[in-house]
Design a protein around this ligand. Structure first.
Ligand code: NAP
Length: 506
């Protein structure tokens, strides 16, 4: 029996939309995009806290084939990213194929029918020739299990579920967490709250953000002469690439560059915070890059304000009206903000249950073995499956680099499957093992294994102690391999129906 769709894509963020655009270009337009939220945009729909902005320059943090000449700033605010996502969905005719409020419970490969059966909460299952998961890396919010947290009597707001009605004015606010999200939110809360206590467990490296408005004349130039924006993109992408490749991935060879980045962050801190004691508390004791560093011109300075307090004693428990630290001190608060990030390794890899050939359960297999995915997209025993938010897939610092190299990989792969008249493709054990070995070898030069990361509590590391999210190669290498990987790294099974007939041509 033919499946209902050529492809099911799980996730209507930028990753899922990129995958849909790549499939459309191949003529595989009989697809559906399933999204658990009530709108598209992924992280840019879910995160709406004050101060939200991109921290990779917008000319780079966008699809190369869909430049937006009208970014208002070098680092656009979150709502512009959300509008851009809608613009892309409209322009590429994706919305009519999206189903919102649709929770995918799991997917199972049907070995007889050669298709995926996707189970959906409160709805009939659907079938598709291919399954693509674009569920993101930071999509399962982490709510800390601190004793007494449920007894707190005031508002509790997680940054991924921001309450637009929440007014910090005149309130004593406590915020837990000092990751990239808190770095954006804390300055906004500090302006409005009567008292703000920031609970820091691990300090974060923060470097200055060279953020300026993009003048209307430059926006017009970008619109009239798109190559000028392309040049701006090339410059910004090259800077990020240089930071990533030299300071993080080639730490062993270029330790001095890593040290220089840390020095720049320390100088930034010194210039912004008056108190030596506070500066000391805000200084990380792990190497730059072990944990994702961030950019801000406003974060450090708030700690000079009389209404802002930095608390570095561990939280012992929470009471209905305050937070008690392990030194016995209680800070009374009216509202609690959780900037506590996301759970990646326990619930996100994969975000749904996926069962492949011979009953192999992806999540269990990854945990029992090692987290792995050939070229960050394919796994043996999982035919016609592309996992876009997977181990070793995140290439470079901008997510769009990852998305576009994956689009390139799937284009080469699916074109070949159709050319051969195959109805299934599956990466070989050999190719997967070789890729994993190569990534493991490459990581040996990185700050993750050569630097001092023990105290970083970084989500880059999984429960096996492996830094298995980032692809430890340059993005140039990722793009090159996406367009040139050996086709015999995959096994293609001929369709019973004759060449090409198994794929819908729309
Ligand atoms: P995060 O980096 O994981 O930070 C979570 C924070 O909560 C950490 O400081 C963590 O402390 C703290 N925390 C968690 N549980 C805790 C507990 N039980 N007690 C005390 N503290 C606790 O999450 P995030 O700040 O949301 O950022 C996640 C990622 O989102 C970033 O790395 C970045 O990739 C992305 N992001 C991007 C942008 C952008 O502009 N593009 C903006 C925001 C976020 P420990 O460090 O000690 O665990």
């Amino acid at each position: 029996m033919s499946p209902q769709y050529d492809a099911v894509i799980v996730g209507a963020g930028f990753g899922g939309m990129g995958a849909a655009i790549a499939l459309d270009r191949l003529g595989l337009s009989n697809l559906v995009i399933l999204e658990r939220e009530d709108d598209l945009g992924g992280t840019w729909h879910v995160n709406r806290y004050p101060g939200l902005a991109v921290d990779i320059a917008s000319v780079t943090y966008s699809y190369s084939f869909e430049p937006n000449p009208h970014w208002s700033r070098l680092f656009a605010p979150g709502e512009e990213l959300f509008r851009y996502a809608h613009h892309v969905a409209d322009k590429y005719d994706l919305k009519r194929r999206m189903r919102f409020d649709t929770v995918v419970e799991g997917a199972r490969w049907d070995e007889n029918a050669h298709h995926w059966v996707v189970a959906i909460e409160n709805s009939d299952p659907i079938t598709a020739r291919c399954l693509l998961t674009a569920t993101g890396f930071l999509s399962q919010p982490h709510r800390p299990d601190i004793p007494g947290i449920d007894s707190f009597a005031g508002d509790v707001v997680h940054t991924t579920a921001w309450d637009a009605e929440f007014e910090p004015e005149g309130r004593r606010v406590g915020i837990i967490g000092t990751g990239a999200t808190a770095v954006q939110l804390v300055p906004e809360l500090a302006k409005r709250a009567e008292e703000l206590t920031v609970y820091q467990r691990t300090p974060i490296w923060v470097v200055p953000k060279l953020d300026v408005p993009i003048p209307a004349a430059v926006q017009r130039l970008f619109a009239r002469l798109p190559f000028t924006q392309w040049i701006a993109r090339a410059v910004s992408t090259s800077i990020l690439e240089a930071i990533m490749v030299s300071a993080v991935l080639h730490y062993r060879q270029a330790k001095f560059l890593n040290r220089a980045a840390a020095l720049a962050a320390r100088a930034h801190l010194r210039a912004q915070v008056r108190s030596r004691a506070v500066r000391s508390k805000l200084t990380p004791d792990y190497d730059f890059g072990c944990k994702r560093p961030t950019f801000s011109n406003h974060y450090f300075r708030v700690f000079n304000r009389p209404n802002v307090h930095l608390e570095t004693n561990s939280i012992d428990h929470i009471e209905p009206d305050g937070i008690v630290t392990t030194d016995g001190h209680k800070t009374q608060i009216d509202s609690l903000v959780l900037a506590t990030g996301f759970n990646l390794w326990d619930v996100n890899f994969p975000a749904i249950e996926i069962v492949g050939r011979e009953g192999r359960n992806l999540g269990k297999w990854w945990r029992d073995n090692r987290f792995q995915a050939y070229e960050g997209v394919a796994v043996p025993h999982f035919p016609n499956f592309l996992t876009l938010s997977s181990p070793y897939s995140y290439s470079g610092l901008s997510y769009f680099t990852t998305i576009e190299s994956q689009m390139k990989h799937m284009t080469r792969l699916l074109r070949e499957a159709r050319r051969r008249g195959s109805d299934t493709f599956e990466v070989t054990e050999r190719a997967n093992a070789e890729f994993l070995d190569r990534m493991t070898d490459n990581l040996d030069d990185s700050v993750f294994y050569r630097g001092s990361c023990q105290t970083s509590r970084s989500y880059y590391f999984n429960q096996h102690g492996e830094a298995a999210i980032l692809r430890p190669t340059s993005t140039i290498n990722a793009f090159r391999e996406a367009g040139r990987f050996a086709l015999d790294d995959y096994e293609f099974t001929p369709a019973d129906t004759g060449p090409g007939d198994s794929w819908t041509r729309s």
